[in-house]
Design a protein around this ligand. Structure first.
Ligand code: V07
Length: 264
């Protein structure tokens, strides 16, 4: 009897969610959503679990949100999985984090392939452990021909470093007389960023109540709508993503066709 009631309730929630999803799909969706997946450690602490338990739970949320974003019809999902600052954490935690791509792909790559998801990476991958590189390269290769959702992981990524690398390459082009100063434009700088083949994010989500960018996509977020939530990343779910999308659409409606950059 009790079980039945719960199931009934679950179903009602599902119907509600499906309806909201369909309504969202009738309006302009954010093409590219970027997420700072914060609050995994705090989620674990609240349960007296080790931080790595929070990271592991966070990985499950990545699967859930990827599935749902694909289902909704989002074009690109960029997820901040590991920042250049994260190396400062205890070695044991870093080692654990560096095993997560393998674990994730070990169980989930067949589904990603089946769902036509294309896996991409941005960040300095050279210095990652060999076992991590092997797993992510395999995923990138095996999904390269897919043309559904682009699932873009930021791994060992830092935005200032990305910009510095771009500037260095441009300086070299100048030095070697390949381009002139006049040719340095926003488009040229764009073409040297790790996001050169992606659209700019339309919506940035950060979980866990922190309201800062933490060196994430500084250049690319110039015109992006930001959505912050107190929900910890392991607790983030389909309804949370819909809430963010609905908020984005509401703001878009308010602009009434005006572009966000027309701030005057
Ligand atoms: C990581 C889980 C999500 C919360 C944030 C920190 C911990 C998925 C991946 C991943 C990365 C590349 C890839 C496939 C999966 C991942 C790290 C951490 C380092 F090709 N989650 N996740 N990588 N966390």
């Amino acid at each position: 009897m009790f079980k039945k009631l719960i199931r009934k309730n679950d179903k009602r929630i599902d119907i509600h969610l499906d309806e909201r999803k369909e309504n969202a799909q009738k309006e302009q969706l954010p093409c590219h959503i970027a997420i700072i997946m914060d609050g995994n450690g705090r989620w674990a602490k609240k349960r007296s679990l080790p931080r790595i338990a929070g990271h592991h739970e966070g990985m499950k949320t990545v699967k859930k949100i990827t599935r749902f974003a694909n289902e909704v019809g989002i074009d690109t999902l960029t997820l901040y999985a590991f920042s250049t600052e994260n190396w400062k954490r205890p070695k044991m935690e870093v080692d654990f984090l560096m095993r997560l791509p393998e674990e994730f792909l070990g169980t989930y790559l067949p589904e990603l392939i089946e769902q036509n998801v294309q896996v991409r990476m941005m960040g300095n991958l050279d210095v990652l452990p060999e076992h991590t590189k092997r797993a992510i390269n395999k995923a990138v290769e095996e999904t390269a021909k897919n043309d559904g959702l682009i699932l873009n992981f930021a791994l060992n990524y830092g935005s200032r470093n990305e910009i510095v690398q771009a500037v260095k390459r441009i300086a070299k082009q100048i030095e070697q007389d390949e381009i002139s100063e006049e040719e340095i434009t926003e488009e040229l700088l764009n073409s040297h960023l790790m996001t050169k083949d992606l659209s700019e994010p339309d919506l940035l989500i950060r979980t866990s109540g922190e309201v800062r960018l933490s060196n994430f996509m500084l250049w690319q977020l110039a015109y992006t709508e930001f959505w912050f939530t107190d929900t910890l990343w392991p607790d983030f779910d389909e309804a949370s993503l819909l809430e963010a999308i609905e908020s984005y659409q509401k703001r878009n409606r308010r602009y009434g066709g005006l572009k966000g950059e027309e701030v005057n």
